[in-house]
Write a new protein. Structure first.
Length: 194
């Protein structure tokens, strides 16, 4: 190797050594400024899949149909007249009373007049006889009932609020724990002196 080549190599080592932090420090301790990377960590974190909400629900009434005895017409009291009770009887009526009449007869001695009895003329006539007179009678009519179906509300209509909680899931995510930067690290000794 020539002297010139050797000198060039020595100069290159000196220039490179001067640029190196290890060669720049001539004291007892030397430190290099190094770049620190960002520190990440994988964590489970909650994620809202669906937000919670509130719903107003109208509840219809519950109605059942029940049979019920209902008065259709109220009872009442009235008065009626009963007809009289009669009976037919037969009665003899004298149309012509009994008496006498003169009857003429002819005999050996001439005309003879005699008084002859005449019986009464009687006729049988029917006649209505009152047995019991008509009267006023009290008539009581009871109330009239019927069975009808009636709707009965067992539970009235209402309104209530239903709260639905949010749906939350766990998601794995890579999060930054510490931002990187620069730090001073003690330089290692090398064969060049440090």
């Amino acid at each position: 190797m020539s002297l010139r080549t050797s000198a060039v190599l020595t100069a290159a080592v000196v220039v490179l050594g001067a640029a190196s932090p290890a060669f720049a420090c001539r004291g007892v301790e030397c430190y290099d400024e190094v770049r620190l990377p960002d520190v990440y960590r994988t964590v489970d974190r909650p994620v809202i899949v669906r937000p919670g909400y509130r719903e107003v629900v109208d509840r219809p009434p519950v109605v059942v149909v029940r049979p019920e005895r209902v008065m259709v017409a109220p009872g009442r009291v009235s008065y009626e007249m009963t007809p009289p009770v009669t009976r037919t009887v037969f009665q003899e009526i004298v149309v012509r009373p009994a008496g006498y009449r003169w009857a003429s007869t002819w005999g050996p001695y001439g005309e003879r007049r005699c008084k002859v009895p005449v019986p009464a003329e009687v006729k049988v006539v029917p006649r209505e006889v009152l047995v019991r007179p008509g009267r006023r009678v009290r008539v009581v009519q009871p109330p009239i009932y019927a069975v009808r179906e009636r709707a009965v509300a067992v539970r009235p209509a209402g309104r209530y609020v239903v709260d639905y909680p949010p749906v939350v899931a766990q998601e794995r995510a890579r999060v930054l724990v510490r931002r990187g930067g620069t730090a001073w690290v003690r330089a290692e000794r090398t064969s060049y002196g440090w």
